[in-house]
Ligand binder design. Structure first.
Ligand code: SF4
Ligand code: SF4
Length: 94
């Protein structure tokens, strides 16, 4: 078991039916993000694999992440970002 195996990506565990309808959207602040891709690594290691390398460069010469897939709202990307450049917002599902 590696370090990330002990974390959970199931934020809806034990949630009420109304919470189960929530969806999550990671928002990347491109003005702050340096492109270290820690968030991409964490998301992939947790099995969600929602954040990817975009191929676009940041102002600091890194690679900007992009969102591709359904975010489960675990918020580990938020916690691991050293620059508070990513936030996960809760949005109502249709
Ligand atoms: S961890 Fe933060 S600074 Fe690094 S690529 Fe992700 S959003 Fe950008
Ligand atoms: S909250 Fe972050 S780490 Fe978790 S699934 Fe969504 S994008 Fe990935």
């Amino acid at each position: 078991m590696d370090y990330f195996s002990s974390f959970s990506t199931s934020s809806n565990q034990g949630a009420s039916p109304s919470r189960m309808r929530k969806k999550f959207s990671p928002i990347i602040n491109v003005n702050v993000c340096k492109g270290c891709l820690i968030c991409v690594y964490v998301c992939e290691k947790l099995g969600a694999d929602v954040l990817k390398e975009s191929g676009e460069s940041t102002a600091m010469g890194g690679v900007l992440p992009t969102v591709s897939g359904e975010c489960v709202g675990c918020r580990w990307c938020e916690r691991f970002c050293p620059d508070f450049a990513i936030s996960v917002e809760e949005v109502e599902a249709c």
